[in-house]
Design a protein. Structure first.
Length: 92
């Protein structure tokens, strides 16, 4: 069960304004690199205490909120990019 305060933990960590990517591929690769860079931190936290909705520390909660915010921001920006570039004319 998701705690009721979960959205309030994530929302402030998302970027304030949507951005349109100039090029999707480099943006996705950068996001994946950023996420991959968090693996050591994830493993370290898991070593301290296994991730569990009942037993998580404040540090675990912060990590989860940060990663959720990063994913939500990326998804929103991909959607926004698709929207703002959909009106571009196709080359003849």
């Amino acid at each position: 069960m998701v705690p009721r305060d979960a959205p309030a933990d994530v929302r402030p960590l998302t970027a304030a304004k949507a951005r349109a990517f100039e090029s999707i591929r480099p943006a996705v690769l950068a996001y994946l690199d950023e996420s991959h860079a968090e693996l050591d931190r994830l493993y370290s936290l898991d070593k301290q205490l296994a991730f569990d909705a009942k037993n998580g520390s404040a540090e675990h909660k912060q990590f989860a909120a940060e990663r959720l915010a990063a994913g939500a921001t990326m998804l929103r920006d991909l959607w926004w990019t698709a929207w703002v570039t959909s009106a571009d004319e196709w080359p003849a």
